[in-house]
Design a protein around this ligand. Structure first.
Ligand code: ZN
Length: 139
């Protein structure tokens, strides 16, 4: 069972493959991985390249900028920590580095979100050492 904070939202489970990623998020830095052998950029963090299966990727600091690839507005969620947040926007954001991540669009009315909208990363400080990357419209 995942640890939760006072809000009731689950805290990500950190493992050896994702440890560096979550430590960077806590510093409000978003990193992706790049294969040292074939150059494939990947997100989420994992040990082996999905293209060539090479190990030992390098970490690349993301610009934190991207666009909304697709999204949905959640109006019903009875799970603790989420029911208080509806309606909220669940989205795939495509980063400038070419990878997509599942996230939330924040600081924006749900009906104002559009596919292709430019967004930038912001961090939700879930606990003292856990921050979740979310995205807001570029102002
Ligand atoms: Zn590779």
């Amino acid at each position: 069972m995942a640890e939760t904070k006072a809000s009731g939202k689950p805290v990500p489970r950190v493992d050896e493959e994702s440890k560096g990623y979550w430590e960077a998020c806590a510093r409000h830095e978003l990193y992706v991985q790049r294969c040292r052998d074939c150059g494939t950029v990947r997100y989420y963090p994992r040990a082996l390249c999905p293209t060539c299966l090479a190990a030992d990727p390098e970490w690349v600091l993301s610009s934190g900028r991207g666009t909304v690839y697709t999204y949905t507005v959640t109006y019903q969620n009875l799970a603790p920590g989420f029911r208080e947040s509806v309606p909220y926007v669940l989205a795939y954001v495509e980063l400038e580095e070419g990878v997509r991540l599942l996230t939330n669009i924040v600081d924006c009315a749900p009906d104002a979100v559009r596919i292709g909208m430019p967004v930038e990363v912001t961090f939700d400080d879930l606990t003292a050492d856990t921050s979740i990357p979310k995205f807001r419209p570029v102002s």
